[in-house]
Write a new protein. Structure first.
Length: 432
């Protein structure tokens, strides 16, 4: 039904509009708390989503001491703490700093880095992005200029499999052939460069963006006017060559769909196991979080999931069973797979509905397409690629089939839970 209708541009283009340019970059961080209807909110940047067991335990302690007792995963592999008291900022910052989660107070909101979560685990990538991640974070925290980046600017480190390259980051470093490739915005061609030069190239590119943004107020590469994005890529190459970095063009279109981790054991061999775990609606209670953090190192994914690494082989089966009993997704057949939602009511004043509860009520047989429920037109945290878009409006829920930056439909369903669930299931199951 939806596919037969004409496609129109998806608006707004990005949930980044939630940070109003007219009032400056108000995106929350660990130090700049955001006032929400359910209390203050802190967003803790976790580059690459990587957490040691100790860091994960301290985050759990923070959620219990200061917040609502839950940890909310974001579409950038970060963690949000909600329900915070407005005067807890200093104590929260001290806890995070002691855990190594706040290496620089000046840079904490610009440490936005997503990375291929299965890199180095399953043999599918070209490059293990771990060394890139450590070096990029070090360079960012050492750069005074990097503090000028907005809290929305995004770096991506893709090991060559095309997963985080599909997320539309501002700057993407990709494992390519025997080296690396740099993508500026969504441009093609990418530019080959030596693997070891990748993190430095990202910092050079970020500085080039800041110069190009100038007085335009652009926070992200896609915000640059006209063909400035293409001009930016050329300028980045010029500066890299000036710095002695050899580059050459290569065609590599940005993937439209991400190869997301499939819930279940990660096949890669070795003495230790890894496990990919889905998190319904990206929300973990303390018991679930503690179960995950006690199992090994955690890699939070941009799809609101977790990859647990370093699991003893003899303990993997028991851990899988325990996680499933705790309500997490440990296999590909879960009805929750592909279901996402923004926080909705009562946490967000702009939301028109409790979309998390509605998404839960509508969960049925697993659909072919992912679905994302939004409480308002901003669609905060929505996925990329192809998905079913469910948006609460004053007239009901609008359902559209999104492909890239265009949406087919829409169809509006009035506030009838049974009719809404049926319409969403039909859209997901047939892709129409």
């Amino acid at each position: 039904m939806l596919a037969a209708m004409s496609a129109s541009p998806l608006t707004p283009r990005s949930p980044g509009d939630a940070c109003a340019r007219s009032s400056g970059d108000a995106c929350p961080g660990a130090l700049r708390l955001h006032r929400a209807d359910d209390g203050a909110l802190a967003r803790i940047r976790i580059p690459g989503g990587v957490l040691t067991p100790r860091q994960a335990r301290e985050l759990g302690n923070a959620a219990e001491r200061f917040g609502d007792g839950e940890l909310h995963l974001t579409s950038r592999g970060n963690v949000q703490l909600r329900g915070l008291a407005p005067d807890c900022g200093a104590d929260l910052a001290g806890l995070l700093e002691g855990a190594g989660l706040l290496p620089s107070q000046r840079h904490e909101r610009v440490r936005n880095v997503v990375a291929s979560p299965l890199s180095g685990l399953d043999g599918a990538g070209i490059t293990d992005v771990g060394p890139w991640l450590a070096e990029l974070d070090r360079l960012l925290c050492a750069s005074d200029r990097a503090t000028e980046l907005s809290g929305r600017f995004l770096f991506a480190l893709d090991d060559g499999r095309g997963d985080v390259d599909a997320l539309g980051a501002d700057l993407t470093l990709i494992g390519h052939d025997a080296g690396a490739a740099l993508r500026v915005g969504s441009t093609d061609p990418v530019f080959r460069l030596p693997c070891a030069e990748g993190p430095r190239a990202l910092l050079v590119a970020a500085g080039s963006f800041l110069d190009a943004a100038g007085e335009t107020g652009a926070w992200r590469v896609e915000d640059l006017p006209g063909d400035a994005g293409t001009a930016l890529a050329d300028e980045v190459v010029r500066r890299l060559r000036q710095a002695g970095v050899t580059t050459s063009p290569a065609h590599r279109p940005r993937p439209l769909e991400a190869r997301t981790p499939v819930p279940g054991p990660v096949r890669g061999g070795g003495r230790e196991a890894a496990l990919s775990v889905g998190v319904p609606l990206g929300r973990l209670d303390l018991a679930q979080w503690q179960l995950l953090s006690s199992a090994g190192e955690m890699r939070l994914t941009p799809w609101r999931g977790v990859v647990v690494t370093g699991v003893a082989l003899h303990a993997a089966e028991a851990l899988t069973s325990a996680l499933a009993e705790a309500g997490l997704i440990t296999g590909s057949g879960s009805a929750w797979a592909g279901v996402g939602a923004c926080v909705g009511r009562p946490g967000c004043a702009k939301s028109l509905a409790d979309v998390r509860a509605q998404a839960g009520a509508a969960v049925g047989p697993r659909g072919r397409l992912p679905v994302y429920w939004s409480g308002c037109e901003r669609r905060c945290g929505h996925p990329h690629g192809e998905w079913i878009d469910v948006v609460a409006t004053p007239d009901g829920h609008r359902i559209s089939h999104v492909r890239g930056d265009r949406a087919g439909g829409p169809v509006t369903v009035r506030d009838d839970p049974a009719a809404l669930a049926a319409a969403v299931a039909a859209a997901r199951g047939t892709g129409s």
